[in-house]
Ligand binder design. Structure first.
Ligand SMILES: [Zn+2]
Ligand SMILES: [Zn+2]
Ligand SMILES: [Zn+2]
Ligand SMILES: [Zn+2]
Length: 337
C-alpha cells in the first residue's frame, strides 16, 4: 500500500472511468431509451448520477503481544486444588490457567517435610508428667511420705477401756514413702495433649504432599500482526470483501492516529466531511483507543484510510444501480453492486 496524500476521486472521474470500462452494447442497454446505439460522449454524469455518498474504510494493523512478553498473575495451590483447575494449551484471549507454566515447588510451610512438628512435645508425642515431674513416683498421701501410719490398739483395764497407738509400715506405699504416679502410671511421661501422641500435624498448606504447584493465569497468544478493518455499516458486506481483497491495488492515506482527522483534514483527504465519514472516523477512534488500552494488543504502523465513493445511477430507462469507487484520486478501483 502506497502513501498518497491526495483527495478521493471526483464523482465525474469515477463515472467517466466506469463508462470507459463498458462496451457500447451494455451502455445502449442501460441508457438508450429509444434502442438506438448510443455513444459514450452522450452519457453525462450530470444527467445520470442521482446521488453521491462519500465513505471511507480504515485499516488498523494490530500486533498481538505474545504471552511470554506479558506480566501474568501467579498462583500457588496444593494438589487438591490443582485437581480442580482446568489448564489451557491452546490460543485464547481469555485469562486462563496456562499449562506450560505449571511447575512443582517445595512447600514453604513444612519445608518439604509434609508435616509440622508439634511444638509442645518437639515431635516426641510425649511430654514429661507434670504430676511427678518425670520421676514416675509421687509422695504417698496416705502416710504423708513417712512410710508409716499410726493405728490404735484398744484394750481393757480393770477400771476402764484404753487404747494405744502403734506405728506400722504404710500399707499404701509399703513403707517406701512414695507410690507410683497415678497420672503417668510410673512412666514419667504422658501423651502430648496437643498432638495426641502423633508428634506433629499434617501440613495444612501442602496437605502432606510436600509439594505445591505454581502456575500463571493469562491469555495464551502467539505474536502476530493482523489488519483490523473499520467500515461504515452502509457498505454492503460483499463489497467489503471485494475491497479488502484488492487493497494492494489501491491508493491510501496514512495517518498516525484518528485524532489527526479534524474537519480540515477530512475535507483535504475526502473532498467532503460527510456524516458517513465522520461516523466511520468515530468508530475508528473507538477501536483505536480500545486497542491502546488493551494489554495484549498493540497498533503497528500508521492508520490507513481508503476513500470510498458511492454513486447512485439512474438511467433514462429508469434502471438504477450503484457504482462504488475505492482508493485515492490517482489509484482507485471501481466495484459495482
Ligand atoms: Zn507443607
Ligand atoms: Zn505433641
Ligand atoms: Zn507422673
Ligand atoms: Zn505411704
Amino acid at each position: 500500500m502506497r502513501v498518497v496524500r491526495v483527495q478521493s476521486p471526483s464523482p465525474d472521474d469515477v463515472f467517466k472511468k466506469w463508462l470507459e470500462s463498458k462496451d457500447s452494447q451494455t451502455l445502449s442497454r442501460l441508457f438508450s431509451a429509444s434502442g438506438v446505439v448510443i455513444s459514450r460522449s452522450d452519457i453525462s454524469a450530470a444527467d445520470n448520477v442521482k446521488s453521491v455518498e462519500r465513505h471511507l474504510m480504515g485499516v488498523i494493523r494490530v500486533k498481538t503481544i505474545p504471552t511470554h512478553a506479558m506480566k501474568l498473575k501467579e498462583k500457588v495451590v496444593n494438589y487438591k486444588q490443582l485437581e480442580r483447575v482446568t489448564f489451557y494449551a491452546k490460543e485464547t484471549s481469555e485469562d486462563v490457567p496456562i499449562l506450560k507454566t505449571l511447575k512443582l515447588q517445595v512447600c514453604d510451610k513444612c519445608n518439604g517435610g509434609g508435616e509440622i512438628t508439634c511444638k509442645t512435645c518437639g515431635g516426641e508425642g510425649y511430654i514429661t508428667c507434670e504430676r511427678c515431674g518425670g520421676a514416675g513416683q509421687v509422695t504417698c498421701e496416705r502416710c504423708g511420705g513417712t512410710g508409716k501410719i499410726k493405728i490404735e490398739v484398744k484394750y481393757v483395764l480393770p477400771d476402764k477401756k484404753a487404747k494405744k497407738e502403734i506405728n506400722i509400715p504404710c500399707p499404701e506405699c509399703h513403707g517406701k514413702k512414695k507410690v507410683r504416679c497415678p497420672e503417668c502410671h510410673g512412666l514419667g511421661r504422658v501423651v502430648c495433649p496437643d498432638c495426641g501422641g502423633r508428634g506433629g500435624e499434617v501440613c495444612d498448606k501442602c496437605l502432606g504432599a510436600k509439594a505445591l504447584f505454581q502456575y500463571q493465569i493469562g491469555p495464551i497468544l502467539e505474536e502476530r500482526v493482523s489488519p483490523l478493518i473499520v467500515y461504515h455499516d452502509e457498505i454492503p458486506p460483499h463489497l467489503r470483501n471485494k475491497m479488502v481483497n484488492r487493497l494492494g491495488d489501491i491508493g491510501c492515506i496514512e495517518v498516525k492516529s484518528s485524532r489527526e482527522l479534524g474537519e480540515k483534514e477530512l475535507v483535504k483527504y475526502f473532498g467532503l466531511a460527510t456524516k458517513e465519514i465522520k461516523e466511520t472516523i468515530r468508530k475508528l477512534a473507538r477501536v483505536e483507543s480500545m486497542i491502546k488500552k488493551s494489554k495484549e494488543k498493540k497498533i503497528v504502523g500508521p492508520i490507513i484510510l481508503f476513500p470510498i465513493l458511492k454513486l447512485y445511477i439512474e438511467t433514462p430507462k429508469n434502471i438504477g444501480f450503484e457504482i462504488w469507487a475505492i482508493g485515492t484520486k490517482d489509484k482507485y478501483i471501481i466495484l459495482e453492486k
